[in-house]
Design a binder for this molecule. Structure first.
Ligand SMILES: Cc1cc2nc3c(=O)[nH]c(=O)nc-3n(C[C@H](O)[C@H](O)[C@H](O)COP(=O)(O)OP(=O)(O)OC[C@H]3O[C@@H](n4cnc5c(N)ncnc54)[C@H](O)[C@@H]3O)c2cc1C
Length: 699
């Protein structure tokens, strides 16, 4: 049986769910094929969304009109804003979620998304054909560039505009046209998004036991990776691991430290009530294919609401000890990580407990967090104890921790090895440079983490839909979004270990805050047809109120007599003369909240904000306090945009440029960057190599 769609998404993990939701919502008829509908958006490892830098990504997904924020809010059982003691660039929201309800909330979203069909099955093979007009030819021209007038052909782009990443000089010789499944179905589509996660040739390890699988108790995807790699897409292997799941009835909680969530009712989504009127848009495909665009009802209505309604549950802290370490060390000869059974590279920042022992032999304890998996289950996740040691070693070692003396577990920790594809063979749109119409997102691109996967999925979903109608791709810049940083890093630098996001990866951290993702991305999401008009209006109202406070702070003069007593109380110097409110708010001890009682006009202004008062005041305060840093980063970003606007792909034969370093030549040839800015970010390409290119371009 054969069926036709605009977009096919393979895999309903975090990348696949966002991809399918985005593509369908902007009007593409979309098919989501996944192995098991009851495992949609399964959190393979810890049941938590967000965290440092990852929380910013979730806010970005939400601002663009994606669903991860709403699903998280609907299923949160503990919320914490991490790094509150540091500057706002470092604040990162994190939510512990009910694992089971998370799956069902996502299912509800997907099952109620117009244009989206779900098919439970396993994809066996990607169907690929020669691209029209490219049979047998080298579909790539590399003119002898360096013409003195070369720059006159360069197209200037507005820094914040969406730009096409489809290289005009570089046409893939192959095109993905469909998939075949194990149930004997053939589905054809204009765009295909692969989001198969850890399932491609997945092999699980527990001690010396090896089991083929994509995740605990789930089969691997065995033929698909080969059907893709045979066309020239480079494939390699990585590994990851997960800890034991514990039965709470066997735990002595009185011997652990309770870690409660924040008491303030924070959440991920900027937009609390997806309205029945719309979360879709009409602009897509208007000039090419006429999609049957439906202004969809966001199906999370009735799931999310203002707050999720689930009780807030604490996490618990305990520690390993020397006895535990001794038992674990005795098991090392059977550890697949140390007996040669596992060769591939795992996430350095998420080490197994055995790796921690080997790397830090002098540490006599390691912190463990016992995290609830949901409101109506006894299952707990033991964060910090990822392991692939034999089952008996894991249990015996844990029973040497006082709180776990009578420990019973539901399942052991394990490691898994899987295939991923070299992301340097992607365009920034996440379309393959080797097979056109094939988009890749998530773990298959060498990343790790739900949020990293979801961010890529959203971009792949938008661009796959736009590909169907020949529209330019959405490419987020490094100063616009962590998602932009993530994709740019993948494409320009590639990966040699599972890539996870950190704030340190972003050079414009003060611009990419969790509080302002709506300001950065809502309008783009709306233009893409994903963020509804209501969402845009909701953001514009906030913007207006924030600007009102900022204007007030710039204009309002503070008199010494009104504030000096308060300033002394707050431990900051009294004023020697009057000053503008804005100046006073620059002091670290001062906030709008603690000044308001002394300044009735300020109090009155705040009282006029009927809704989202805390969010709006906080946003205005951050913008006022950090205006100097923000302006500096904007200036730096503008400088980088000048390089970003200089397109170089196809303009040089790098092998012939003797004035460039040998490493620079090799790296530029291998990566073939689209712009000069991308070239400057490739490891091994030096600033003097960039200067040579600038000179050759006549700049
Ligand atoms: C054991 C383990 C431990 C992990 N530990 C961590 C960690 O500590 N920290 C961290 O950040 N991340 C961890 N991860 C990774 C995290 O789970 C992934 O980064 C994230 O889930 C990736 O999302 P994804 O959408 O790319 O893929 P997944 O969530 O893996 O989803 C893939 C989906 O594709 C489907 N699928 C696969 N092949 C096919 C096919 N041929 N046909 C149809 N459907 C298919 C699967 O059924 C699944 O629904 C771990 C993963 C595992 C398995």
């Amino acid at each position: 049986m054969e069926k036709y769609y605009d977009v096919i998404v393979i895999g309903a993990g975090h990348a696949g769910c966002e991809a399918a939701h985005a593509a369908a919502r902007i009007g593409a008829s979309t098919l989501l094929i996944t192995m098991d509908m009851n495992k949609i958006a399964q959190m393979s490892c810890n049941p938590a969304i967000g965290g440092i830098a990852k929380g910013q990504i979730v806010r970005e997904i939400d601002a663009l009109g994606g669903a991860m924020g709403h699903v998280t809010d609907a299923t949160t059982i503990q919320f914490r804003m991490l790094n509150r003691s540091k500057g706002p660039a470092m604040w990162s929201p994190r939510a512990q979620c009910d694992r089971g309800k998370f799956i069902w909330a996502w299912r509800e979203v997907l099952e109620n998304t117009p244009n989206l069909h779900i098919w439970q099955d396993q994809v066996r093979r990607l169907i690929v054909e020669d691209s029209p007009g490219t049979q047998g030819s080298l579909a790539k021209t590399r003119p002898d560039a360096q013409s003195p007038n070369a720059e006159t052909h360069l197209e200037a782009q507005s820094p914040n505009a969406e730009s096409s990443s489809v290289c005009s000089d570089c046409v893939a010789t192959k095109t993905a046209v469909g998939v075949e499944t194990y149930l004997g179905m053939t589905f054809r589509a204009k765009s295909i998004i692969l989001t198969a996660g850890t399932f491609l040739n997945g092999l699980m390890h527990i001690g010396r036991v090896k089991l083929p699988g994509g995740r605990c108790a789930e089969p691997p995807s065995l033929e698909l990776a080969e059907s893709i790699a045979q066309h020239g897409i480079r494939v390699a292997r990585m590994k990851t691991g997960t800890p034991v799941r514990i039965d709470a009835r066997s735990v002595d909680f009185s011997l652990m430290t309770e870690q409660p969530g924040d008491t303030e009712g924070r959440k991920f989504s900027y937009y609390p009530f997806p309205s029945p009127a719309s979360e879709g848009a009409a602009s897509f495909g208007s000039n090419k294919t006429s999609y049957n665009v439906i202004h969809s009802t966001s199906s999370l209505q009735g799931v999310a609401g203002e707050s999720c309604g689930l009780p807030s549950l604490p996490c618990w802290i305990t520690y390993t000890n020397e006895a535990v370490h001794e038992r674990l060390r005795a098991g090392l000869p059977d550890s697949p990580l140390y007996n040669g059974q596992i060769q591939s590279i795992g996430p350095r920042y998420c080490p197994s407990i055995e790796t921690k022992l080997v790397t830090f032999p002098d540490k006599d304890q390691h912190q463990l967090f016992l995290e609830p998996e949901g409101t109506n289950t006894n299952e707990y996740y033991l964060n910090g104890f990822s392991s692939s040691l034999p089952i008996e070693v894991q249990i015996e070692a844990l029973r040497l921790i006082p709180a776990f003396r009578n420990l019973e577990i539901y399942r052991p920790g394990y490691a898994i090895e899987y295939d991923f594809f070299d992301p340097t063979q992607l365009h920034h749109s996440l379309e393959s440079r080797v097979i056109s119409g094939l988009f890749l997102a998530g773990q298959v691109n060498g990343t790790t983490g739900y949020e990293e996967a979801a961010g890529q999925g959203l971009i792949a979903g938008i661009n796959a839909a736009r590909h169907c109608t020949g529209q330019d791709s959405l490419v987020l810049q490094r100063d616009q979004a962590y998602i932009g940083v993530l994709i740019d890093d993948l494409v320009c630098k590639g990966v040699d270990e599972p890539y996870r996001m950190f704030t340190s990866r972003a050079e414009y951290r003060i611009l990419l805050r969790q509080d302002n993702a709506d300001a950065r991305l809502t309008e783009i999401g709306h233009r893409m047809g994903l963020a509804s008009s209501e969402r845009l209006y909701h953001y514009l109202k906030k913007k207006e109120e924030v600007e009102r406070i900022i204007r007030f702070a710039e204009d309002f003069s503070v008199k010494m007599g009104d504030v000096n007593a308060l300033l002394e109380q707050l431990g900051t110097a009294p004023l020697a003369r009057g000053c503008k409110l804005r100046e006073l708010l620059g002091r670290p001890q001062i906030s709008i909240g603690n000044l308001a009682p002394a300044l009735p006009h300020l109090r009155q202004l705040i009282d006029t904000i009927a809704k989202r008062q805390d969010e709006i005041v906080e946003e205005a305060e951050i913008q006022i306090k950090y205006s100097g840093y923000i302006a500096r980063e904007v200036e730096q970003a503008e400088k980088m945009h000048r390089l970003e606007n200089i397109r170089i792909r196809g303009r040089f034969d790098y092998s012939k440029l003797q004035s460039i370093s040998t490493e620079g030549r090799q790296k530029l040839t291998a990566h073939d960057p689209e712009t000069l800015a991308q070239a400057s970010r490739i490891p091994g390409v030096s600033p003097s190599d960039i200067n040579v290119l600038l000179v050759l371009l006549g700049r």
